[in-house]
Design a protein around this ligand. Structure first.
Ligand code: SF4
Length: 548
């Protein structure tokens, strides 16, 4: 049966850069559904229009508390958000002959909006099937299904494949128990079906960013920076990362021709030249193969990519630069060899890290070293070791994140073994209510636990801010990721990437829709050329050093 569905992205408010980028998970889920013979469209509300609508309604975001801030007893953003959720529910309900609606829930702050809209839809169209998917479902899926009637089921693992199977049987809920990776309501406690096996990306469609499927991209009210996945999974087994698997390390690569086809297609549809390759676990051979394929096709693109210290080689770095890569990031976590080995399970050394960061800078790449602080075993010595590594290697940027319990990681599976204390179901319920009142303002993004070693969440955020201040005092930006650095270069802020990130970030945080729109338009004008021009422009001649 050919079903009709809508995939909905409703980011938490206030927005971040990420919310304004095209959503790869949705595009990939859409490709799976369309590949299985179903009809679907993406309703993405992470746009400038949404920002303008929410920002223009009182009260001003500036009057809301920041985290950690005092509790506020007023209505907060609730009236604005409720009106917006009512409008979204009406819009979604107005689509004719819809079999199911799937909400992409990316993290904790995004949960509240999805639940609100889903509940209203349930009132308007009781027969419509409502599904949740994305990493946020794994955070408190059980609590959600037990306490709310918002969703008929949640896809816990590979959203796209599970949705395609679910679509085939959407009107036969009694058969859902055989679909891998679902959480289904059941008497007493929700039932989880066994997770899916690993699968080959060769057999999967890439991502469908086409204007018919993804109408929000037509009007260019999103940042036209597209995420590409050239591989899936990782051969390493870092404890804090869901990509690797302690039980079965694996990485699956997509053929470089398929990756270049996807870049080419997006270029043809939107004239887009800006891309971000997201999988840090891609082996050197894959990174080089993709770089050579882009060059062989004369695709004049600029891109950023996440990568791994162990996979790096001088030849691969040169191939990256020659093919249009402008920024690269390495997740380092800490400058302490003891923590790298025992706590993070990273599989590389501090000395190796230092030489890779230097080589990356020497290859002309904007080099980002990502750190995590504080982990439960951090102390003043490990803090100093991290600072010493930064002093020696001097990357262009060193973002420092607080540890998060990412669903699927060893940290998330056994938080107590790693010194974390996660939220209880009751605390998650309270968090949901707060999100409904004030939006995401003042709520830590992502999957931060309640306690990190001796620190509460608030204290950990203060520790993190203190390290970031020290890093900045030493002349290294501590908040700039590689994709934002790429955006800044496109927007004409080469050498002033931090100023670009600070200005756009402040506009988004403060709900300055007009200011954010000016930045987005500036970037899109620079990053997109008239349709098909991408195909006609030639790249600089290939260098002998990268073969071909
Ligand atoms: S942190 Fe990087 S290297 Fe480690 S498992 Fe994740 S993707 Fe792989």
């Amino acid at each position: 049966m050919r079903t009709r569905s809508i995939l909905v992205y409703l980011p938490a408010y206030p927005f971040t850069f990420m919310n304004l980028m095209p959503n790869r998970s949705l595009a990939s889920a859409a490709a799976c559904l369309i590949g299985a013979g179903h009809f679907t469209r993406i309703q993405d509300y992470g746009t400038l229009e949404t920002l303008e609508q929410l920002a223009s309604s009182p009260p001003s975001l500036r009057r809301l508390p920041t985290f950690p801030g005092r509790r506020r007893n007023g209505p907060g953003l609730r009236p604005t958000l409720e009106a917006f959720h009512r409008q979204v529910s009406r819009e979604l309900a107005a689509f004719p002959r819809t079999d199911f609606i799937a909400f992409y829930i990316e993290d904790r702050p995004a949960l509240a909006g999805a639940v609100q809209v889903s509940k209203r839809l349930r009132e308007i169209k009781p027969d419509l099937k409502l599904v949740g998917f994305g990493p946020g479902t794994r955070l408190c899926g059980g609590t959600l299904l037990k306490t709310a009637t918002a969703f008929d089921c949640l896809c816990l693992h590979d959203g796209g494949r599970a949705l395609a199977q679910l679509a085939d049987r959407i009107h036969a809920p009694q058969t859902w128990g055989t679909i891998p990776g679902l959480l289904i309501p059941a008497p007493g406690h929700p039932q989880t079906t066994p997770g899916p096996d690993t699968h080959s990306l060769v057999l999967l469609p890439g991502a469908d960013y086409g204007p018919a499927t993804y109408p929000a991209l037509r009007s260019r009210t999103k940042l036209m920076l597209f995420t590409i996945e050239d591989s899936h999974g990782c051969d390493f087994t870092c404890h804090g990362c869901p990509r690797g698997s302690a039980r079965r390390p694996f990485v699956q690569t997509r053929p470089s021709a398929a990756v270049a086809d996807e870049v080419w297609r997006i270029g043809k549809e939107y004239g887009a030249r800006a891309f971000h390759f997201c999988n840090a676990g891609s082996p050197a051979a894959q990174v080089k193969a993709v770089a050579c394929e882009l060059m062989a096709r004369h695709l004049t693109v600029w891109y950023s990519r996440a990568w791994h210290v162990r996979h790096t080689s001088p030849a691969a770095l040169r191939a990256l630069t020659a093919s249009g890569c402008r920024a690269v990031s390495f997740r380092i976590d800490t400058g302490s060899q003891r923590l790298l080995d025992d706590y993070y399970g990273r599989g590389f050394g501090v000395t190796e890290t230092e030489s890779v960061l230097r080589a990356s800078k020497a290859a002309g790449l904007f080099t980002v070293a990502r750190f995590t602080y504080p982990c439960p075993e951090d102390d003043t010595h490990t803090r100093e070791e991290t600072l010493r590594l930064l002093e020696r290697a001097r990357p262009h940027s060193a973002p420092v994140a607080v540890p998060e319990l990412l669903p699927g990681s060893a940290w998330d599976a056994h938080p107590e073994n790693f010194g974390f204390r996660p939220h209880t179901e009751r605390q998650l319920g309270a968090l949901l209510r707060r999100l409904q009142r004030d939006g995401a303002r003042g709520v830590p993004r992502g999957f931060m636990p309640r306690r990190i070693g001796v620190w509460t969440a608030v204290q950990a955020i203060r520790e993190n801010a203190s390290l970031r201040r020290t890093i900045e005092e030493r002349g290294i930006p501590s908040t700039l990721p590689e994709d934002v650095a790429l955006m800044a270069k496109f927007a004409g802020y080469d050498g002033r990437e931090v100023a670009f990130a600070d200005m756009l970030g402040a506009r988004l945080r403060n709900g300055d829709a007009a200011g954010a729109a000016a930045f987005v338009e500036g970037f899109n004008d620079a990053a997109c050329v008239p349709a098909r021009e991408l195909a006609l422009r030639r790249l600089a001649p290939l260098r002998a050093a990268v073969g071909n």
